[in-house]
Write a protein that binds this ligand. Structure first.
Ligand SMILES: *[C@@H]1O[C@H](CO)[C@@H](O)[C@H](O)[C@H]1NC(C)=O
Ligand SMILES: *[C@@H]1O[C@H](CO)[C@@H](O)[C@H](O)[C@H]1NC(C)=O
Ligand SMILES: *[C@@H]1O[C@H](CO)[C@@H](O)[C@H](O)[C@H]1NC(C)=O
Ligand SMILES: *[C@@H]1O[C@H](CO)[C@@H](O)[C@H](O)[C@H]1NC(C)=O
Ligand SMILES: CC(=O)N[C@H]1CO[C@H](CO)[C@@H](O)[C@@H]1O
Length: 472
């Protein structure tokens, strides 16, 4: 009986996905490589209520992920595309200017003890666009944190905000009302270890301190401390090192701080290795009206269709996840891009960068091939960092070429229309990729292109995996 039900359900699902207007279409006896989509599907109604993903509640170690500006976010700041892309460019600039070159000898020796809180870049990153809620302290205090694979230290704004705190949605965490809070002493090995990662030691009187200046003008500084972190009822961690931010400013607007998911020693996955084995995965929803999930460990079940590519260190950055893009196809035709174009630049995957950045020659090849397939549509002005845009006014459906990325190891990630386009309005829908300024600027596989996939970060395997259909 159950089997029969399963079969019927499968048949219905298959039929539904065939008859759906979204996704790749197959005509009879003819492989079609483009995607035909309803233009209205590019514009989720901004008044749509939030639809909660069921995935997160199924497993113990899973958090719901909300787009910061959408109906599923408690922050509810209104989206402004130009701001989002401007901040995105600032984040990318800081990644490029801080990482495209090897650290200088001067950087290496500047490990002297210092109480001077002049900004000096530590880890890169920016403000990010996806948030999760985690509990901190005893009793537990819930915080909306931006999560970021581009940085390591988890931090939140802390009372009494000796310098300054920006406005956040949740009440600001007060360490003096938490029984599980403790300061880290300036002389403790934890402080030295943190200092060696950031190449600079800060102390405030006898307390270990930290300062992180982000490239997009955001910064946080305060005490390096220990606290109890509660992900879910069953997943509670004592003595997690975190930044108790006493002076914070910038673009974290509304969020209480950041959950650091980088590769470095002070990141949350590294600190919880005993329980989760340094493995986590996420799925970023197709639209802000859905939630996705951030899941630690493997108890949530990993997709059986995962395909992995190896992760490496780029430009000596301990935090970033370096991977190798080796090719790009448009409508199943591989673009002629010499491999050296990608190897000269190097690539990373980043949860916080919005649109994928490519070496200038790779982007030019992609743009040319895309335009050739889009000849039937009216072009329009570019906007912000996006230069290849179309006016779809009056069209109910459009046919968008399929774009695929190949990674080292033979892993191919196929992108459907929502991961290829950035829709400002019906009269301005753009190719959601941008070219870097310089040949040796890092390529970045950004979060638009990661939507709806299960993306697995497997620390012990030094690899990142992708599987389709991870969430709505
Ligand atoms: C920050 O939030 C406030 C209030 O929600 C909003 O008016 C402002 O535009 C936001 N700033 C940024 C940079 O998002
Ligand atoms: C942590 O250090 C701050 C600043 O010196 C101090 O005010 C606070 O009482 C300390 N907290 C604990 C729990 O020791
Ligand atoms: C950062 O601050 C400088 C000086 O105030 C300003 O010129 C620049 O536009 C800011 N950058 C961003 C991304 O807001
Ligand atoms: C443009 O439309 C015509 C007529 O529908 C079709 O035959 C042609 O293949 C289209 N061209 C492209 C580049 O899609
Ligand atoms: C050390 C270093 O190169 N820092 C740079 C990081 O990026 C920001 C933003 O582009 C620059 O202002 C810093 O100089």
């Amino acid at each position: 009986m159950n089997n029969l039900l399963n079969i019927i359900t499968t048949i219905i699902c298959v039929w539904l996905s065939w008859s759906s207007a979204d996704g790749a279409q197959k005509r009879e006896n003819e492989e079609v490589s483009f995607h035909r989509i309803q233009t209205s599907s590019l514009f989720p109604s901004s008044s749509a209520p939030c639809v909660l993903s069921p995935t997160a509640s199924n497993t113990k170690s899973s958090l719901r992920v909300a787009h910061r500006y959408g109906p599923c976010s408690s922050l509810r700041t209104s989206p402004d595309h130009d701001d989002i892309l401007r901040l995105d460019q600032a984040r990318v600039k800081s990644i490029h200017s801080n990482l495209s070159k090897k650290p200088t000898a001067r950087d290496r020796i500047s490990q002297s003890q210092s109480t001077d809180l002049q900004a000096r870049e530590g880890f890169t990153l920016g403000s990010g666009n996806y948030i999760v809620t985690v509990g901190i302290g005893t009793p537990k205090h819930d915080l909306s944190l931006v999560f970021d694979t581009g940085s390591d230290l988890t931090w939140t704004q802390c009372e009494p905000c000796i310098g300054s705190c920006y406005t956040q949605k949740d009440p600001i965490f007060n360490p003096s009302s938490s029984s599980s809070y403790s300061n880290i002493s300036c002389s403790s090995p934890v402080c030295d270890s943190f200092a060696s990662q950031t190449r600079r030691k800060y102390c405030s009187a006898s307390n270990c301190a930290y300062l992180i200046g982000y490239g997009d003008n955001s910064s946080t500084s305060g005490y390096l401390s220990k606290e109890k972190i509660t992900l879910t009822n069953t997943d509670v961690f004592d003595n997690i090192n975190f930044g108790c931010g006493q002076s914070n400013s910038g673009l974290f607007n509304g969020s209480a701080g950041l959950l650091g998911l980088g590769r470095g020693k002070s990141s949350f996955p590294s600190q919880t290795v005993m329980k989760y084995n340094n493995i986590f995965s996420y799925c970023l929803p197709s639209s802000p009206k859905y939630t996705g999930h951030l899941t630690f460990g493997t108890s949530g079940g990993l997709s059986s269709s995962l395909k992995y590519t190896s992760v490496s260190t780029v430009h000596e950055s301990a935090s970033l996840y370096g991977l190798d893009i080796v090719g790009i196809s448009v409508d199943d035709k591989e673009l002629e891009i010499p491999l050296t174009v990608f190897t000269t630049a190097g690539s990373i995957i980043d949860s916080g960068t919005v649109t994928t950045r490519l070496p200038p020659k790779a982007y030019a090849a992609l743009r040319t091939a895309f335009k050739e397939k889009m000849l039937n549509y009216t072009t329009t002005l570019g906007r912000s960092i996006l230069d290849t845009c179309y006016d779809f006014t009056g069209l109910e459906t459009v046919e968008i070429p399929k774009v695929s990325f190949s990674f080292k190891g033979g892993t191919v990630v196929e992108l459907d229309a929502i991961r290829v386009l950035y829709a400002f309005k019906m009269s301005q829908v753009c190719l959601a990729f941008a070219g870097n300024d310089k040949d040796d600027d890092l390529a970045i596989f950004g979060n638009i292109q990661q939507k709806t996939m299960q993306v697995v970060y497997d620390g012990p395997g030094d690899r990142v995996g992708f599987a389709p259909n991870g969430c709505m």
